[in-house]
Design a protein around this ligand. Structure first.
Ligand code: SAM
Length: 299
């Protein structure tokens, strides 16, 4: 994907892309719309944001590995990031409908995706056909009346509904509101919550997770810094139409690695629990040293 994005940007001076990235960042910060007003803005978006949302999508789809969707409905698909991530996790996915309001994103997506997918140039809300996997990735926050959009998305869901939002307090708040509504409509929790109990996160805290992406030279030139990777923070929700056996707990904060013990913050049974695993507990300790923020702990 990274190579294809760089091919699309060939011939455009890096300085122009840098300037477009700076303008984009300023507009996102001040919520000044429209965010993207030139071809260079779209390219700057592809270079700096698409790898990040792709990394978050991959982390989220990993949590749905027990499902086998054959069809995808992506709402606010952008350049098709959701489809590109989904097809690497769901090998039997053969049909995709990508709904997107912005014709420019569709044109770029058509250059990035050579498979046969159905691009639907429409602004939601609109009637939706049933699909196994329905996705709203980083798009709900741009839509008017998110609750109505999610209700319609749930009606179109045959197996799984996945919502991903930026890992900010606002993104988390939107996820929590949608979670409450979907549970009241009969949805079953898949992830990240290990149950359907009220969320135990306090006001000063919010449930979010990291996704690591490696940074290309062009990514570094646009965003600055030398680090070879970036951690994208996201909040998410996966619910299903059928009952699902959720894990016992989920790690909801960075792990504390100390000499002789590992400190874990777990979400379990509707509570946040701090848990210390000592070196003396050999098997569990070995497992926990390899565990990561966002992993689930099985029963
Ligand atoms: C931040 S981008 C995310 C793109 C992609 N889903 C991803 O995860 O990388 C949000 C996308 O939602 C689209 N969008 C926003 N409101 C929409 C609406 N009402 N109907 C359809 N698409 C919409 C925007 O045009 C944009 O492409």
């Amino acid at each position: 994907m990274q190579n294809q994005i760089e091919l699309l940007s060939q011939g455009i001076p890096v300085k122009m892309l840098q300037q477009a990235f700076e303008e984009l960042s300023a507009r996102y910060r001040t919520k000044e719309k429209p965010y993207l007003t030139s071809h260079t803005h779209y390219l700057a978006y592809l270079i700096t944001r698409m790898p990040a949302t792709n990394a978050a999508l991959s982390q989220v789809f990993k949590q749905a590995h027990n499902f086998d969707p054959l069809s995808l409905l992506d709402l606010g698909a952008g350049p098709g990031t959701g489809y590109l991530a989904a097809k690497t996790y769901f090998p039997n996915l053969t049909q995709a409908t990508l709904v997107e309001a912005d014709a420019k994103f569709i044109a770029l997506g058509k250059q990035l995706i050579t498979d046969s997918v159905l691009w639907q140039h429409t602004a939601l809300p609109c009637p939706l056909k049933p699909h196994d996997l329905v996705l709203l990735s980083y798009s709900l926050n741009e839509m008017k009346d998110p609750a109505q959009i999610v209700k319609t998305a749930w009606q179109a869901t045959q197996q799984l509904l996945v919502i991903i939002e930026p890992g900010t307090p606002e993104g988390y708040q939107r996820i929590i509101e949608m979670r409450t509504m979907l549970l009241s409509l009969g949805a079953h929790m898949v992830a990240p919550c290990p149950n359907a109990l009220p969320c135990p996160m306090q006001e000063s805290n919010w449930c979010h997770f990291p996704a690591r992406l490696s940074r290309s030279k062009l990514h570094k030139q646009l965003k600055g810094g030398d680090l070879g990777y970036e951690d994208e923070k996201f909040s998410y929700l996966i619910v299903s139409k059928t009952a699902y056996d959720t894990p016992r707990a989920r790690i909801v904060a960075p792990l504390g690695m100390h000499t002789g013990h590992v400190q874990l913050t777990l979400c379990s049974e509707g509570e946040l629990k701090s848990c210390t695993v000592s070196q003396k507990d050999k098997l569990l300790y070995k497992k926990c040293r390899k565990a990561e923020w966002g992993d689930s702990l099985e029963k």
